[in-house]
Design a protein around this ligand. Structure first.
Ligand code: PFF
Length: 350
């Protein structure tokens, strides 16, 4: 290593606090997967029975791989490509591929993130209040084919990501995650209370959590393990990248388990925020965009103060998408910083 290289290494930023690191990694973990996939697959695969299988998957397989990825990342002290390549140059290839994969995933995430901003504005301005489900569906249908409008909101979402990333690890990612994640949790709790106190909410809780082992099949295991991987952002380089900015004095196992617990709690609570409301209105539950952008807005349009709770929901959704998307973008940004020495030029040296 020559002098400049040493200086660059030496000047690498680090997360200031363990809390900040945990919030950043939990921010990556908590995302669309927790909100629009976990509740649905839980209900479909036998409720409480699925939860048990999921807990085993995430605590044994998920946490172990997350810990390994973080250990590799921290030891590498660089981007994900170099982190894998430190053991054998050929391992740079999977490192590189994970970076490509997460960048592709990010393009999808940014569009959905943009949708959430649009929906936040629409719902708070009362656009969904008192309208029929058919009208909500056509608002969604018309919006997603309106490319210029979708592009504008995608760019806004991406711009927010970029501002955070440009500010750097501590001033950007750590600070934003430390504010956004607790706020997300508070919003979620309020939404859970609102949902559980709707008349007829019980049906939803039963569908969601009542154990039914007869629904457990081979595909249940695949769903549980797949969800554990996706929700912990595994194989994407995000964990390795974030951990490369963590001080060697911090305990990785502690951080990992804190993240896994936070993520699981948010996933379980998201189901309690969504499904009781869905059942209270006699709608059949679903997953993905239909659930978040059609089913839920039409419910918010019908409950008292729905515009207020709807705005809370889309703020929650936006925060979840934002902190995940930031971690995706940081993978390639860290790579470029290391490769092109952008650190000296573009980000504050701390
Ligand atoms: N963990 C995110 C979710 O559950 O939605 C998805 C994700 C985020 C995957 C960040 C990969 C990543 F780098």
């Amino acid at each position: 290593m020559n002098n400049t290289e040493l200086q660059t290494k030496g000047s690498r930023e680090q997360f200031k606090t363990r809390f900040g690191f945990i919030m950043a990694v939990a921010g990556s973990a908590v995302g669309l997967g927790n909100i629009w996939r976990f509740p649905y697959i839980t209900g479909v695969h036998g409720g409480g029975a699925f939860v048990i299988i999921y807990l085993v998957s995430i605590f044994i397989i998920g946490a172990t791989i997350a810990l390994t990825e973080m250990a590799i990342g921290r030891h590498g002290g660089s981007d994900v490509v170099e982190a894998y390549g430190q053991y054998d140059k050929r391992f740079r290839i999977p490192g590189f591929l994970s970076m490509i994969a997460v960048t592709v995933l990010m393009s999808f995430y940014n569009i959905i993130g943009g949708w959430s901003i649009y929906y936040f504005i629409q719902i708070i301005s009362g656009k969904f209040t008192g309208i029929s489900s058919g009208e909500v569906e056509s608002i969604f249908g018309n919006f997603i084919v309106n490319s210029p409008r979708v592009a504008i909101f995608t760019i806004i979402f991406l711009a927010v990501n970029t501002i955070v990333i440009v500010k750097g690890i501590t001033e950007g990612i750590e600070r934003v995650s430390s504010i956004v994640m607790p706020a997300l949790f508070v919003l979620l709790i309020v939404l859970v209370i609102r949902s559980l106190t709707l008349p007829g909410a019980k049906e939803g809780v039963i569908w969601y959590l009542k154990p039914d082992f007869s629904k457990v099949t081979g595909s249940t295991i695949v769903a549980a393990v797949g969800q554990a991987f996706f929700t912990l952002s595994l194989g994407s380089g995000a964990m390795a990248t974030y951990a490369s900015y963590l001080s060697k004095d911090e305990s990785l196992p502690k951080a990992t388990y804190s993240v896994v617990i936070t993520d699981t709690l948010v996933a379980l609570l998201a189901g309690l925020a969504i499904l009781p409301a869905v059942f209270a209105f006699g709608v059949s539950p679903g997953e993905g965009p239909g659930l978040v952008f059609v089913t839920l807005p039409s419910i918010f349009g019908k409950i008292p103060f729905g515009a207020f709770f709807g705005a809370m929901f889309f703020a929650f959704f936006f925060f979840a998408a934002l902190t995940s998307s930031i971690s995706m973008l940081e993978v390639s940004v860290t790579y470029l910083i290391e490769k092109k020495r952008w650190r000296e030029k573009k980000r504050p040296l701390l």
